[in-house]
Design a protein around this ligand. Structure first.
Ligand SMILES: Cc1cc2nc3c(=O)[nH]c(=O)nc-3n(C[C@H](O)[C@H](O)[C@H](O)COP(=O)(O)OP(=O)(O)OC[C@H]3O[C@@H](n4cnc5c(N)ncnc54)[C@H](O)[C@@H]3O)c2cc1C
Ligand SMILES: NC(=O)c1ccc[n+]([C@@H]2O[C@H](COP(=O)([O-])OP(=O)(O)OC[C@H]3O[C@@H](n4cnc5c(N)ncnc54)[C@H](O)[C@@H]3O)[C@@H](O)[C@H]2O)c1
Length: 472
Protein backbone atom coordinates (compact mmCIF):
# COMPACT_ATOMS: atom_id res chain seq x y z
CA UNK A 1 0.00 0.00 0.00
CA UNK A 2 1.44 3.38 -1.01
CA UNK A 3 0.56 6.35 1.18
CA UNK A 4 0.51 9.70 -0.62
CA UNK A 5 0.26 13.17 0.86
CA UNK A 6 -0.76 15.94 -1.47
CA UNK A 7 -2.28 19.40 -1.63
CA UNK A 8 -5.19 18.55 -3.88
CA UNK A 9 -6.92 15.30 -4.75
CA UNK A 10 -9.25 15.35 -7.74
CA UNK A 11 -11.59 12.37 -8.14
CA UNK A 12 -12.71 11.93 -11.75
CA UNK A 13 -10.90 12.95 -14.95
CA UNK A 14 -13.83 14.31 -16.96
CA UNK A 15 -14.65 17.86 -17.98
CA UNK A 16 -14.64 19.20 -14.42
CA UNK A 17 -11.83 17.21 -12.83
CA UNK A 18 -9.40 17.75 -15.69
CA UNK A 19 -9.95 21.51 -15.61
CA UNK A 20 -9.24 21.66 -11.88
CA UNK A 21 -6.18 19.42 -12.16
CA UNK A 22 -4.70 21.35 -15.10
CA UNK A 23 -5.31 24.74 -13.50
CA UNK A 24 -3.97 23.75 -10.07
CA UNK A 25 -0.89 21.92 -11.37
CA UNK A 26 0.08 24.84 -13.60
CA UNK A 27 -0.07 27.10 -10.57
CA UNK A 28 2.38 24.90 -8.68
CA UNK A 29 0.03 22.86 -6.52
CA UNK A 30 0.73 19.14 -5.91
CA UNK A 31 -2.18 17.33 -7.52
CA UNK A 32 -3.27 13.69 -7.53
CA UNK A 33 -5.95 12.79 -10.08
CA UNK A 34 -7.99 9.58 -9.91
CA UNK A 35 -9.79 8.09 -12.88
CA UNK A 36 -11.45 4.69 -12.74
CA UNK A 37 -12.73 4.68 -16.33
CA UNK A 38 -11.61 6.49 -19.46
CA UNK A 39 -9.67 9.77 -19.28
CA UNK A 40 -11.93 12.53 -20.57
CA UNK A 41 -15.11 11.22 -18.96
CA UNK A 42 -18.56 11.34 -20.47
CA UNK A 43 -18.19 14.35 -22.70
CA UNK A 44 -15.27 13.02 -24.71
CA UNK A 45 -16.15 9.35 -24.79
CA UNK A 46 -19.94 8.94 -24.64
CA UNK A 47 -21.42 12.44 -24.63
CA UNK A 48 -20.86 15.80 -26.29
CA UNK A 49 -18.08 14.78 -28.65
CA UNK A 50 -19.52 11.59 -30.20
CA UNK A 51 -23.02 13.07 -30.33
CA UNK A 52 -21.84 16.17 -32.17
CA UNK A 53 -19.68 14.09 -34.51
CA UNK A 54 -22.67 11.86 -35.32
CA UNK A 55 -24.86 14.91 -35.88
CA UNK A 56 -22.22 16.37 -38.21
CA UNK A 57 -22.31 13.21 -40.36
CA UNK A 58 -26.10 13.30 -40.31
CA UNK A 59 -26.06 16.93 -41.50
CA UNK A 60 -23.97 15.95 -44.51
CA UNK A 61 -26.43 13.19 -45.41
CA UNK A 62 -29.35 15.57 -44.99
CA UNK A 63 -27.69 18.16 -47.23
CA UNK A 64 -27.27 15.57 -49.99
CA UNK A 65 -30.91 14.65 -49.74
CA UNK A 66 -32.09 18.28 -49.78
CA UNK A 67 -29.91 20.05 -52.33
CA UNK A 68 -32.51 20.81 -54.98
CA UNK A 69 -33.53 24.14 -53.47
CA UNK A 70 -30.03 25.29 -54.48
CA UNK A 71 -30.34 23.95 -58.01
CA UNK A 72 -28.38 20.80 -57.25
CA UNK A 73 -30.05 17.42 -57.63
CA UNK A 74 -31.21 15.70 -54.49
CA UNK A 75 -29.48 12.39 -53.88
CA UNK A 76 -30.39 9.47 -51.71
CA UNK A 77 -27.37 9.44 -49.38
CA UNK A 78 -25.41 6.20 -49.43
CA UNK A 79 -24.71 5.88 -45.73
CA UNK A 80 -22.07 3.40 -44.60
CA UNK A 81 -23.12 3.32 -40.97
CA UNK A 82 -19.96 1.58 -39.77
CA UNK A 83 -17.83 4.20 -41.58
CA UNK A 84 -19.86 6.93 -39.89
CA UNK A 85 -18.95 5.34 -36.58
CA UNK A 86 -15.30 5.31 -37.68
CA UNK A 87 -15.62 9.05 -38.21
CA UNK A 88 -17.05 9.40 -34.69
CA UNK A 89 -14.17 7.34 -33.26
CA UNK A 90 -11.62 9.42 -35.19
CA UNK A 91 -13.04 12.66 -33.80
CA UNK A 92 -12.76 11.28 -30.26
CA UNK A 93 -9.21 10.11 -30.97
CA UNK A 94 -8.24 13.52 -32.31
CA UNK A 95 -9.43 15.29 -29.16
CA UNK A 96 -8.31 12.59 -26.70
CA UNK A 97 -4.65 13.73 -26.34
CA UNK A 98 -5.90 16.92 -24.61
CA UNK A 99 -7.38 14.77 -21.86
CA UNK A 100 -4.76 12.04 -21.79
CA UNK A 101 -2.80 10.66 -18.86
CA UNK A 102 0.45 11.61 -20.66
CA UNK A 103 -0.59 15.24 -20.99
CA UNK A 104 -1.55 15.51 -17.33
CA UNK A 105 1.60 13.77 -16.18
CA UNK A 106 3.59 16.21 -18.28
CA UNK A 107 1.84 18.99 -16.38
CA UNK A 108 3.10 17.43 -13.15
CA UNK A 109 -0.12 15.71 -12.06
CA UNK A 110 0.13 12.30 -10.43
CA UNK A 111 -2.51 10.27 -12.29
CA UNK A 112 -3.84 7.07 -10.71
CA UNK A 113 -6.09 4.95 -12.92
CA UNK A 114 -8.46 3.60 -10.32
CA UNK A 115 -11.75 4.40 -8.61
CA UNK A 116 -11.52 6.42 -5.41
CA UNK A 117 -13.36 5.65 -2.18
CA UNK A 118 -13.32 7.61 1.06
CA UNK A 119 -11.99 5.63 4.00
CA UNK A 120 -12.14 8.54 6.45
CA UNK A 121 -13.02 12.22 6.36
CA UNK A 122 -9.52 13.04 5.09
CA UNK A 123 -8.38 9.95 3.22
CA UNK A 124 -9.31 8.30 -0.06
CA UNK A 125 -8.27 4.87 -1.18
CA UNK A 126 -7.72 4.05 -4.86
CA UNK A 127 -6.35 0.57 -5.59
CA UNK A 128 -3.12 0.23 -3.65
CA UNK A 129 -2.92 3.90 -2.77
CA UNK A 130 -4.20 5.84 0.22
CA UNK A 131 -4.23 9.55 -0.47
CA UNK A 132 -4.45 12.20 2.21
CA UNK A 133 -5.06 15.64 0.72
CA UNK A 134 -5.57 19.10 2.18
CA UNK A 135 -8.47 19.58 -0.25
CA UNK A 136 -10.49 17.14 -2.31
CA UNK A 137 -12.58 17.87 -5.39
CA UNK A 138 -15.18 15.27 -6.35
CA UNK A 139 -15.88 15.39 -10.09
CA UNK A 140 -17.26 11.92 -10.71
CA UNK A 141 -19.98 12.96 -13.16
CA UNK A 142 -23.18 11.10 -13.88
CA UNK A 143 -24.41 7.97 -15.63
CA UNK A 144 -27.51 7.22 -17.64
CA UNK A 145 -30.56 6.72 -15.47
CA UNK A 146 -32.17 3.38 -16.17
CA UNK A 147 -35.65 3.54 -14.66
CA UNK A 148 -37.36 0.49 -13.18
CA UNK A 149 -39.75 0.13 -16.13
CA UNK A 150 -41.27 -3.38 -16.06
CA UNK A 151 -39.56 -5.60 -18.62
CA UNK A 152 -36.72 -3.20 -19.41
CA UNK A 153 -34.09 -5.28 -17.67
CA UNK A 154 -35.03 -8.28 -19.82
CA UNK A 155 -34.57 -6.67 -23.24
CA UNK A 156 -31.46 -5.40 -25.03
CA UNK A 157 -31.24 -1.61 -25.03
CA UNK A 158 -28.71 1.14 -25.55
CA UNK A 159 -27.83 4.20 -23.51
CA UNK A 160 -25.38 6.95 -24.40
CA UNK A 161 -22.64 4.65 -23.10
CA UNK A 162 -23.22 2.02 -25.78
CA UNK A 163 -24.97 3.62 -28.75
CA UNK A 164 -21.92 5.29 -30.30
CA UNK A 165 -20.13 1.95 -30.57
CA UNK A 166 -22.98 0.33 -32.56
CA UNK A 167 -21.80 -0.32 -36.10
CA UNK A 168 -25.02 -1.62 -37.62
CA UNK A 169 -27.72 0.89 -38.49
CA UNK A 170 -30.85 0.36 -36.41
CA UNK A 171 -33.74 -0.28 -38.73
CA UNK A 172 -36.26 1.32 -36.41
CA UNK A 173 -34.91 3.04 -33.30
CA UNK A 174 -37.32 3.59 -30.43
CA UNK A 175 -36.13 6.37 -28.12
CA UNK A 176 -37.57 6.64 -24.62
CA UNK A 177 -37.17 10.27 -23.52
CA UNK A 178 -37.45 13.43 -25.58
CA UNK A 179 -34.82 15.49 -23.74
CA UNK A 180 -31.64 16.78 -25.38
CA UNK A 181 -30.12 13.30 -25.71
CA UNK A 182 -33.27 11.75 -27.13
CA UNK A 183 -33.88 14.54 -29.64
CA UNK A 184 -30.27 14.81 -30.83
CA UNK A 185 -30.01 11.05 -31.30
CA UNK A 186 -33.43 10.89 -32.98
CA UNK A 187 -32.44 13.42 -35.62
CA UNK A 188 -28.99 11.93 -36.15
CA UNK A 189 -30.48 8.49 -36.78
CA UNK A 190 -33.36 9.56 -39.00
CA UNK A 191 -30.93 11.49 -41.20
CA UNK A 192 -28.66 8.46 -41.41
CA UNK A 193 -31.53 6.31 -42.64
CA UNK A 194 -33.18 4.73 -39.59
CA UNK A 195 -36.85 4.98 -38.79
CA UNK A 196 -37.16 6.71 -35.43
CA UNK A 197 -39.90 7.01 -32.80
CA UNK A 198 -39.48 9.24 -29.75
CA UNK A 199 -41.68 8.27 -26.79
CA UNK A 200 -41.84 11.10 -24.28
CA UNK A 201 -43.78 11.11 -21.00
CA UNK A 202 -44.36 14.87 -21.01
CA UNK A 203 -43.65 17.08 -24.01
CA UNK A 204 -40.34 16.96 -25.84
CA UNK A 205 -37.68 19.42 -24.66
CA UNK A 206 -39.92 20.29 -21.74
CA UNK A 207 -37.26 22.32 -19.94
CA UNK A 208 -37.32 24.79 -22.80
CA UNK A 209 -39.74 27.54 -23.82
CA UNK A 210 -42.63 25.69 -25.51
CA UNK A 211 -42.60 28.13 -28.47
CA UNK A 212 -39.01 27.15 -29.24
CA UNK A 213 -39.40 23.45 -28.52
CA UNK A 214 -42.33 23.39 -30.99
CA UNK A 215 -40.02 24.58 -33.80
CA UNK A 216 -37.55 21.75 -33.14
CA UNK A 217 -40.35 19.23 -32.80
CA UNK A 218 -41.88 20.28 -36.13
CA UNK A 219 -38.47 20.07 -37.86
CA UNK A 220 -37.88 16.53 -36.63
CA UNK A 221 -41.38 15.47 -37.62
CA UNK A 222 -40.87 16.92 -41.09
CA UNK A 223 -37.79 14.74 -41.40
CA UNK A 224 -39.82 11.67 -40.50
CA UNK A 225 -39.30 11.25 -36.76
CA UNK A 226 -42.48 9.98 -35.13
CA UNK A 227 -42.97 11.82 -31.83
CA UNK A 228 -45.36 10.58 -29.16
CA UNK A 229 -45.94 12.99 -26.27
CA UNK A 230 -47.77 12.47 -22.97
CA UNK A 231 -46.53 8.91 -23.42
CA UNK A 232 -45.12 7.73 -20.09
CA UNK A 233 -43.64 4.32 -20.76
CA UNK A 234 -45.07 1.63 -18.52
CA UNK A 235 -43.66 -1.56 -19.99
CA UNK A 236 -41.17 -3.00 -22.44
CA UNK A 237 -40.98 -6.45 -23.97
CA UNK A 238 -39.19 -8.17 -26.83
CA UNK A 239 -40.83 -10.71 -29.03
CA UNK A 240 -39.40 -12.30 -32.18
CA UNK A 241 -36.76 -9.63 -32.80
CA UNK A 242 -39.21 -6.78 -32.19
CA UNK A 243 -39.06 -4.51 -29.17
CA UNK A 244 -42.45 -3.32 -27.92
CA UNK A 245 -42.77 -0.25 -25.74
CA UNK A 246 -46.15 0.28 -24.10
CA UNK A 247 -47.49 3.47 -22.69
CA UNK A 248 -49.85 3.80 -19.73
CA UNK A 249 -52.76 4.92 -21.97
CA UNK A 250 -52.58 1.77 -24.10
CA UNK A 251 -50.42 2.97 -27.00
CA UNK A 252 -47.81 0.46 -28.14
CA UNK A 253 -44.72 1.27 -30.24
CA UNK A 254 -42.71 -1.37 -32.03
CA UNK A 255 -39.15 -1.16 -33.32
CA UNK A 256 -35.92 -3.05 -33.83
CA UNK A 257 -33.75 -1.17 -31.31
CA UNK A 258 -34.20 0.80 -28.12
CA UNK A 259 -32.37 3.82 -26.72
CA UNK A 260 -33.10 4.86 -23.15
CA UNK A 261 -32.47 8.59 -22.59
CA UNK A 262 -34.56 9.56 -19.58
CA UNK A 263 -32.05 11.57 -17.58
CA UNK A 264 -28.96 11.08 -15.47
CA UNK A 265 -27.93 9.73 -12.07
CA UNK A 266 -25.02 11.22 -10.12
CA UNK A 267 -22.02 8.92 -9.71
CA UNK A 268 -21.82 8.68 -5.93
CA UNK A 269 -22.19 4.94 -5.29
CA UNK A 270 -18.50 4.10 -5.28
CA UNK A 271 -17.41 7.01 -3.11
CA UNK A 272 -18.49 5.83 0.35
CA UNK A 273 -19.49 9.39 1.13
CA UNK A 274 -21.02 8.75 4.56
CA UNK A 275 -17.65 7.92 6.09
CA UNK A 276 -16.45 11.39 5.08
CA UNK A 277 -19.56 13.19 6.37
CA UNK A 278 -20.63 14.19 2.85
CA UNK A 279 -24.39 14.48 2.40
CA UNK A 280 -26.28 13.86 -0.80
CA UNK A 281 -29.57 15.16 -2.17
CA UNK A 282 -32.04 13.57 -4.57
CA UNK A 283 -29.94 14.72 -7.54
CA UNK A 284 -26.34 14.52 -6.35
CA UNK A 285 -23.92 15.74 -3.68
CA UNK A 286 -25.17 18.55 -1.47
CA UNK A 287 -23.07 21.68 -2.06
CA UNK A 288 -23.26 25.27 -0.87
CA UNK A 289 -23.03 28.30 -3.13
CA UNK A 290 -19.25 27.90 -3.24
CA UNK A 291 -19.55 24.19 -4.22
CA UNK A 292 -18.36 22.99 -0.80
CA UNK A 293 -19.87 19.78 0.47
CA UNK A 294 -20.91 19.16 4.07
CA UNK A 295 -17.24 18.20 4.64
CA UNK A 296 -15.51 21.61 4.52
CA UNK A 297 -12.34 20.23 2.93
CA UNK A 298 -14.23 18.60 0.09
CA UNK A 299 -15.82 20.23 -2.95
CA UNK A 300 -18.11 18.73 -5.60
CA UNK A 301 -18.35 20.03 -9.16
CA UNK A 302 -19.97 19.24 -12.49
CA UNK A 303 -22.72 16.65 -12.96
CA UNK A 304 -22.21 15.05 -9.56
CA UNK A 305 -23.10 18.32 -7.86
CA UNK A 306 -26.67 17.73 -9.01
CA UNK A 307 -27.38 21.03 -10.77
CA UNK A 308 -27.02 21.92 -14.42
CA UNK A 309 -25.32 19.08 -16.28
CA UNK A 310 -23.17 20.50 -19.06
CA UNK A 311 -19.50 20.41 -19.86
CA UNK A 312 -19.19 24.17 -19.75
CA UNK A 313 -20.79 24.15 -16.29
CA UNK A 314 -18.24 21.60 -15.08
CA UNK A 315 -15.51 23.87 -16.52
CA UNK A 316 -17.02 26.93 -14.86
CA UNK A 317 -17.28 25.08 -11.54
CA UNK A 318 -13.59 24.22 -11.87
CA UNK A 319 -12.76 27.93 -12.03
CA UNK A 320 -14.88 28.62 -8.96
CA UNK A 321 -13.20 25.98 -6.79
CA UNK A 322 -9.72 26.90 -8.00
CA UNK A 323 -10.37 30.47 -6.86
CA UNK A 324 -11.44 29.20 -3.48
CA UNK A 325 -8.81 26.48 -2.97
CA UNK A 326 -5.75 28.14 -4.48
CA UNK A 327 -6.33 31.76 -3.61
CA UNK A 328 -8.58 31.41 -0.57
CA UNK A 329 -10.93 33.91 -2.17
CA UNK A 330 -14.68 33.81 -1.71
CA UNK A 331 -16.21 32.24 -4.78
CA UNK A 332 -19.81 31.46 -5.64
CA UNK A 333 -21.19 29.51 -8.56
CA UNK A 334 -23.87 31.57 -10.27
CA UNK A 335 -26.37 30.21 -12.78
CA UNK A 336 -27.99 33.31 -14.29
CA UNK A 337 -25.43 33.51 -17.12
CA UNK A 338 -25.07 29.82 -17.97
CA UNK A 339 -26.16 28.99 -21.53
CA UNK A 340 -27.35 25.66 -22.83
CA UNK A 341 -27.79 24.43 -26.38
CA UNK A 342 -29.52 21.44 -27.89
CA UNK A 343 -27.69 20.66 -31.11
CA UNK A 344 -30.61 19.54 -33.21
CA UNK A 345 -31.07 21.26 -36.56
CA UNK A 346 -32.41 23.87 -35.97
CA UNK A 347 -30.52 24.38 -32.72
CA UNK A 348 -32.21 25.54 -29.56
CA UNK A 349 -30.27 27.82 -27.23
CA UNK A 350 -31.14 29.42 -23.92
CA UNK A 351 -29.33 31.69 -21.51
CA UNK A 352 -30.81 33.33 -18.44
CA UNK A 353 -34.54 33.34 -17.92
CA UNK A 354 -37.02 31.99 -20.44
CA UNK A 355 -40.18 34.04 -20.98
CA UNK A 356 -42.39 32.23 -18.42
CA UNK A 357 -39.70 32.39 -15.71
CA UNK A 358 -38.99 36.05 -16.43
CA UNK A 359 -42.70 36.90 -16.33
CA UNK A 360 -43.06 35.19 -12.99
CA UNK A 361 -40.08 37.06 -11.58
CA UNK A 362 -40.57 40.51 -13.08
CA UNK A 363 -44.30 40.70 -13.91
CA UNK A 364 -45.24 43.79 -15.87
CA UNK A 365 -41.67 45.13 -15.79
CA UNK A 366 -40.74 42.47 -18.35
CA UNK A 367 -40.55 43.41 -22.02
CA UNK A 368 -40.26 40.61 -24.57
CA UNK A 369 -38.72 41.34 -27.95
CA UNK A 370 -38.97 38.85 -30.79
CA UNK A 371 -37.09 38.93 -34.06
CA UNK A 372 -37.57 36.32 -36.77
CA UNK A 373 -34.71 34.66 -38.63
CA UNK A 374 -36.66 35.27 -41.83
CA UNK A 375 -35.59 38.95 -41.62
CA UNK A 376 -31.90 38.00 -41.72
CA UNK A 377 -30.58 38.21 -45.27
CA UNK A 378 -27.87 35.63 -44.76
CA UNK A 379 -30.43 33.17 -43.41
CA UNK A 380 -32.47 33.79 -46.56
CA UNK A 381 -29.41 33.14 -48.76
CA UNK A 382 -28.67 29.94 -46.87
CA UNK A 383 -32.36 28.99 -46.97
CA UNK A 384 -32.35 28.66 -43.20
CA UNK A 385 -35.10 31.08 -42.23
CA UNK A 386 -36.95 28.98 -39.68
CA UNK A 387 -36.78 30.13 -36.09
CA UNK A 388 -36.50 33.30 -34.07
CA UNK A 389 -34.83 35.01 -31.16
CA UNK A 390 -36.76 36.11 -28.11
CA UNK A 391 -35.19 38.53 -25.65
CA UNK A 392 -36.41 39.07 -22.12
CA UNK A 393 -35.56 42.63 -21.07
CA UNK A 394 -36.02 44.43 -17.77
CA UNK A 395 -35.25 48.14 -17.49
CA UNK A 396 -33.02 48.13 -20.51
CA UNK A 397 -30.99 45.05 -19.60
CA UNK A 398 -31.43 41.53 -20.97
CA UNK A 399 -32.31 38.92 -18.35
CA UNK A 400 -32.69 36.07 -20.81
CA UNK A 401 -32.37 35.09 -24.44
CA UNK A 402 -34.07 32.17 -26.16
CA UNK A 403 -33.01 31.33 -29.70
CA UNK A 404 -34.17 28.64 -32.07
CA UNK A 405 -32.78 28.41 -35.57
CA UNK A 406 -29.66 28.00 -37.65
CA UNK A 407 -26.55 28.47 -35.47
CA UNK A 408 -28.58 29.32 -32.36
CA UNK A 409 -25.74 27.90 -30.27
CA UNK A 410 -23.29 30.36 -31.80
CA UNK A 411 -25.73 33.23 -31.50
CA UNK A 412 -26.31 32.72 -27.78
CA UNK A 413 -22.64 33.46 -27.00
CA UNK A 414 -23.26 37.18 -27.24
CA UNK A 415 -26.13 37.03 -24.76
CA UNK A 416 -23.99 34.97 -22.36
CA UNK A 417 -21.48 37.81 -22.47
CA UNK A 418 -24.26 40.34 -21.94
CA UNK A 419 -25.72 38.52 -18.95
CA UNK A 420 -22.34 37.75 -17.37
CA UNK A 421 -21.40 41.44 -17.53
CA UNK A 422 -24.83 42.99 -17.02
CA UNK A 423 -24.59 44.77 -20.35
CA UNK A 424 -27.38 47.06 -21.46
CA UNK A 425 -29.42 46.65 -24.62
CA UNK A 426 -27.94 49.92 -25.82
CA UNK A 427 -24.45 48.42 -25.73
CA UNK A 428 -25.56 45.53 -27.90
CA UNK A 429 -27.38 47.85 -30.30
CA UNK A 430 -24.26 50.02 -30.57
CA UNK A 431 -22.28 47.14 -32.03
CA UNK A 432 -21.77 47.14 -35.80
CA UNK A 433 -22.34 43.66 -37.18
CA UNK A 434 -20.83 42.63 -40.49
CA UNK A 435 -23.38 42.16 -43.25
CA UNK A 436 -24.50 39.55 -44.12
CA UNK A 437 -23.89 37.37 -41.08
CA UNK A 438 -26.30 35.21 -39.16
CA UNK A 439 -24.93 36.94 -36.05
CA UNK A 440 -26.42 40.22 -37.24
CA UNK A 441 -29.73 38.86 -35.98
CA UNK A 442 -28.56 39.64 -32.45
CA UNK A 443 -28.01 43.30 -33.21
CA UNK A 444 -31.31 43.50 -35.09
CA UNK A 445 -33.11 41.95 -32.14
CA UNK A 446 -31.56 44.57 -29.86
CA UNK A 447 -32.61 47.19 -32.41
CA UNK A 448 -36.15 45.83 -32.30
CA UNK A 449 -36.17 46.66 -28.59
CA UNK A 450 -35.47 50.31 -29.35
CA UNK A 451 -37.48 50.79 -32.53
CA UNK A 452 -40.92 51.29 -30.91
CA UNK A 453 -39.31 53.82 -28.55
CA UNK A 454 -37.90 55.71 -31.52
CA UNK A 455 -40.47 55.24 -34.25
CA UNK A 456 -43.71 55.23 -32.26
CA UNK A 457 -42.88 58.07 -29.92
CA UNK A 458 -44.67 61.42 -30.55
CA UNK A 459 -41.97 63.03 -28.39
CA UNK A 460 -39.16 61.83 -30.67
CA UNK A 461 -41.14 63.01 -33.69
CA UNK A 462 -41.62 66.47 -32.13
CA UNK A 463 -37.90 66.76 -31.33
CA UNK A 464 -36.87 65.64 -34.82
CA UNK A 465 -39.41 68.05 -36.35
CA UNK A 466 -38.06 70.93 -34.30
CA UNK A 467 -34.45 70.14 -35.19
CA UNK A 468 -35.34 69.96 -38.87
CA UNK A 469 -36.90 73.41 -38.74
CA UNK A 470 -33.85 74.93 -37.05
CA UNK A 471 -31.04 73.26 -38.97
CA UNK A 472 -30.14 75.32 -42.02
C1 LIG B 1 -25.11 11.99 -25.05
C2 LIG B 1 -24.66 13.21 -24.29
C3 LIG B 1 -24.44 14.37 -24.97
C4 LIG B 1 -24.02 15.51 -24.28
N1 LIG B 1 -23.81 16.65 -25.00
C5 LIG B 1 -23.41 17.75 -24.34
C6 LIG B 1 -23.16 18.94 -25.07
O1 LIG B 1 -23.30 18.99 -26.29
N2 LIG B 1 -22.74 20.03 -24.39
C7 LIG B 1 -22.57 20.00 -23.03
O2 LIG B 1 -22.19 21.01 -22.46
N3 LIG B 1 -22.78 18.88 -22.31
C8 LIG B 1 -23.21 17.76 -22.94
N4 LIG B 1 -23.40 16.62 -22.23
C9 LIG B 1 -23.18 16.64 -20.77
C10 LIG B 1 -21.69 16.50 -20.42
O3 LIG B 1 -21.18 15.32 -21.00
C11 LIG B 1 -21.52 16.46 -18.91
O4 LIG B 1 -22.19 17.53 -18.32
C12 LIG B 1 -20.04 16.52 -18.53
O5 LIG B 1 -19.34 15.44 -19.06
C13 LIG B 1 -19.91 16.53 -17.00
O6 LIG B 1 -18.56 16.58 -16.64
P1 LIG B 1 -18.10 15.99 -15.24
O7 LIG B 1 -16.65 16.33 -15.10
O8 LIG B 1 -19.02 16.40 -14.18
O9 LIG B 1 -18.28 14.41 -15.37
P2 LIG B 1 -17.69 13.36 -16.45
O10 LIG B 1 -17.22 14.02 -17.67
O11 LIG B 1 -18.69 12.29 -16.57
O12 LIG B 1 -16.41 12.78 -15.71
C14 LIG B 1 -16.50 12.01 -14.55
C15 LIG B 1 -15.35 11.01 -14.52
O13 LIG B 1 -15.23 10.49 -13.21
C16 LIG B 1 -14.91 9.10 -13.29
N5 LIG B 1 -15.30 8.50 -12.01
C17 LIG B 1 -16.54 8.26 -11.54
N6 LIG B 1 -16.47 7.79 -10.27
C18 LIG B 1 -15.17 7.74 -9.94
C19 LIG B 1 -14.47 7.38 -8.76
N7 LIG B 1 -15.07 6.97 -7.66
N8 LIG B 1 -13.11 7.45 -8.79
C20 LIG B 1 -12.45 7.86 -9.90
N9 LIG B 1 -13.06 8.23 -11.02
C21 LIG B 1 -14.40 8.19 -11.04
C22 LIG B 1 -15.71 8.62 -14.48
O14 LIG B 1 -15.13 7.42 -14.98
C23 LIG B 1 -15.59 9.81 -15.43
O15 LIG B 1 -14.50 9.66 -16.29
C24 LIG B 1 -23.81 15.46 -22.89
C25 LIG B 1 -24.03 14.27 -22.19
C26 LIG B 1 -24.45 13.15 -22.88
C27 LIG B 1 -24.65 11.88 -22.10
N1 LIG C 1 -26.70 19.59 -26.06
C1 LIG C 1 -26.42 19.40 -24.79
O1 LIG C 1 -25.86 20.24 -24.11
C2 LIG C 1 -26.75 18.09 -24.16
C3 LIG C 1 -27.04 17.00 -24.96
C4 LIG C 1 -27.37 15.83 -24.33
C5 LIG C 1 -27.38 15.76 -22.95
N2 LIG C 1 -27.08 16.84 -22.20
C6 LIG C 1 -27.15 16.78 -20.72
O2 LIG C 1 -27.54 15.50 -20.29
C7 LIG C 1 -28.75 15.62 -19.53
C8 LIG C 1 -29.57 14.39 -19.69
O3 LIG C 1 -30.22 14.35 -20.94
P1 LIG C 1 -31.50 13.44 -21.15
O4 LIG C 1 -32.07 13.82 -22.46
O5 LIG C 1 -31.18 12.01 -20.86
O6 LIG C 1 -32.41 13.82 -19.91
P2 LIG C 1 -33.57 14.87 -19.64
O7 LIG C 1 -33.88 14.71 -18.19
O8 LIG C 1 -33.23 16.20 -20.12
O9 LIG C 1 -34.78 14.32 -20.52
C9 LIG C 1 -35.36 13.06 -20.26
C10 LIG C 1 -36.78 13.02 -20.78
O10 LIG C 1 -37.28 11.72 -20.56
C11 LIG C 1 -38.65 11.81 -20.18
N3 LIG C 1 -38.99 10.57 -19.44
C12 LIG C 1 -38.57 10.19 -18.22
N4 LIG C 1 -39.09 8.97 -17.89
C13 LIG C 1 -39.85 8.59 -18.94
C14 LIG C 1 -40.65 7.43 -19.22
N5 LIG C 1 -40.74 6.39 -18.36
N6 LIG C 1 -41.31 7.38 -20.39
C15 LIG C 1 -41.21 8.39 -21.30
N7 LIG C 1 -40.48 9.51 -21.09
C16 LIG C 1 -39.80 9.60 -19.93
C17 LIG C 1 -38.71 13.08 -19.35
O11 LIG C 1 -40.03 13.61 -19.35
C18 LIG C 1 -37.71 13.99 -20.07
O12 LIG C 1 -38.33 14.81 -21.02
C19 LIG C 1 -29.40 16.88 -20.04
O13 LIG C 1 -30.32 17.42 -19.15
C20 LIG C 1 -28.21 17.76 -20.25
O14 LIG C 1 -27.84 18.32 -19.02
C21 LIG C 1 -26.76 18.01 -22.79
Amino acid sequence: MERIRTDLLVIGAGSGGLSVAAGAAQMGVRVVLLEGGEMGGDCLNWGCVPSKALLAAARVAHAQAHASAFGIADMVPQVDFAAVKDHVAQVIAEIAPNDSQERFEALGVRVIRDYGRFISSTEVRAGNHVIRARRVVIATGSSPLVPPIPGLADVPFDTNETIFARRARPEHLLVIGGGPIGMEMAQAHVRLGSKVTVIEGDRVLNRDDPDLAAVVRAALEREGVEIAEDAMVSGVRRDGGVTEVSVADGRVFRGSDLLVAVGRRANTDRLNLQVAGIETTRTGIRVDAGLRTTNRRVYAIGDVAGGLQFTHVAGYHAGVVIRSILFGLPARAATHHIPRVTYTDPELAQVGLAEAEAREKFGTRLEVVRFDMAHNDRAVAERRTEGFIKLMVVRGRPVGASIVGHQAGELVNLWSLALANRLKMGQIAAMVSPFPTIGEVNKRAAGAYFSPRLFDSPMVKRVVGAVQRWIP
